[in-house]
Design a protein around this ligand. Structure first.
Ligand SMILES: C[S@@+](CC[C@H](N)C(=O)[O-])C[C@H]1O[C@@H](n2cnc3c(N)ncnc32)[C@H](O)[C@@H]1O
Length: 193
């Protein structure tokens, strides 16, 4: 009896099925074009600028857009920015710019252990909103993809973005005011973004 129970637990803990998960480090296939679900833009917008928008996009995410052809990192940013940046190693560079701009709502995976999070979110963000469940991002053709491979978080840099998170009554999740100067956060920054 006991042996059968152990066998069942071992069987149930086998590798989870990932077939329906997308949008997680699929960089080798050029899968950077994972668009923010429009209900997120509607709930937390409007925004003045999306500095990393697709060249061909099915809807507007802000009043103004920069694309890879402009290189949004090389351009001046103004007013409230919405930034769902390219994923992978480049994410930290974009979050650094969001923090430097100081008037930005960023959408990234809630990977709180990463260097990008340790260096550019916990020590710099005003507040965070951890979205309940998993988002399904969109392809550039406007079709919805599968469930994302990780949970998402909105990160507010500055009072206006923070206000958008506080006033949200549409998207389910957990609001967290950040304490950038918390003594346990004062360890040396992890290198390499
Ligand atoms: C995760 S998608 C998000 C798209 C859009 N911001 C949204 O929220 O729906 C990242 C986008 O960044 C664009 N991108 C990549 N490098 C860029 C750069 N240097 N400057 C501007 N956009 C860039 C990609 O083409 C892609 O459309």
């Amino acid at each position: 009896m006991q042996k059968r129970l152990v066998q069942k637990i071992v069987a149930d803990s086998s590798r989870p099925k990932l077939a329906n998960f997308t949008h997680d480090r699929d960089l080798k296939n050029g899968k950077e074009e994972w668009l923010t679900p429009p209900e997120i833009i509607r709930a937390f917008g409007p925004f003045e600028l999306d500095p990393c928008a697709p060249v061909k996009r099915p809807w507007e995410t802000a009043t103004n857009h920069f694309t890879i052809e402009d290189d949004g990192l090389a351009q001046p940013w103004s007013n409230l920015v919405f930034c769902n940046p390219p994923y992978g190693p480049k994410t930290g560079v974009w979050l650094a710019r969001c923090a430097e701009h100081g008037n930005c709502l960023a959408l990234v995976f809630a990977r709180t252990d990463t260097k990008a999070f340790q260096n550019h979110v916990w020590p710099k963000a005003t507040s965070l909103f951890f979205i309940a469940g998993r988002l399904s991002f969109y392809h550039a053709n406007g079709k919805q993809g599968g469930t994302a491979g990780a949970p998402s978080v909105l990160i507010a840099y500055g009072p206006l973005a923070d206000q958008r998170l506080r006033e949200n009554k549409i998207i389910a999740g957990h609001y967290l005011q950040n304490q950038p100067a918390h003594p346990f956060g004062l360890r040396p920054q992890i290198q390499n973004n």
